[in-house]
Design a protein around this ligand. Structure first.
Ligand SMILES: [Zn+2]
Length: 198
């Protein structure tokens, strides 16, 4: 099977290949090389058993990601590359007539449980397998903020809904303000074993 191509028009096998990266981390690095996309690897860190960093990279950005270069698993970076090119920019052109030039995130790696609750399982953030997105910056300088623009009945709100739906094509779990109050101001995307899109 040919390596996953992160830049080609997605076909029926694209997501199959993307989601298989969880069982074959090396195939992820091959995908970036085959797609001629540069990647900076992050050394593995196994000091804490449930908060390991393995097969991680600095999130490569064609658009500005702030704070810069967060650590994510390679398969998160691969999903992001597909999301950015085939969903995010398309939604921006369709609903706002412009491009996205920047994204502000609230973090990727954090050694903690889901919702910071002691009795819950480890969050995908504990292995840098997730990212939280709060703000999208448009080419004309305007900002679209989850906290302000979600469900506002305007093009910005329609755009955010399209971003959420588009993200569900690539990420395993997508949580929006529709999910719960803890996500009122950001999207959570992760590449863990569960499948949720809300
Ligand atoms: Zn999150």
């Amino acid at each position: 099977m040919a390596p996953l191509d992160l830049r080609a028009e997605p076909g029926p096998m694209t997501r199959v290949k993307l989601w298989r990266l969880a069982e074959d981390p090396e195939a992820c690095f091959v995908a970036f090389t085959a797609s001629s996309l540069a990647l900076v690897r992050v050394p593995d860190r196994r000091s804490e058993a449930t908060c390991m960093i393995e097969d991680a990279v600095l999130l490569p950005n064609s658009i500005m990601v702030t704070p810069r270069g967060p650590t994510v698993t390679c398969r998160m970076a691969a999903a992001w590359a597909l999301f950015e090119r085939h969903s995010l920019q398309r939604a921006a052109r369709q609903h706002l007539g412009t491009e996205i030039v920047g994204v502000r995130h609230l973090g990727t790696y954090s050694c903690r449980n889901v919702n910071n609750v002691a009795t819950r399982r480890r969050s995908e953030h504990a292995t840098a397998n997730a990212i939280d997105i709060a703000t999208l910056v448009l080419a004309d300088g305007r900002e679209v903020r989850l906290a302000r623009d979600w469900g506002n009945g305007k093009p910005e709100g329609d755009f955010l809904r399209a971003v959420r739906d588009g993200a569900c094509r690539w990420f395993r779990v997508v949580l929006s303000p529709d999910y719960n109050a803890a996500h009122a101001d950001h999207f959570h995307f992760d590449m863990g074993p569960w499948r949720t899109c809300r």
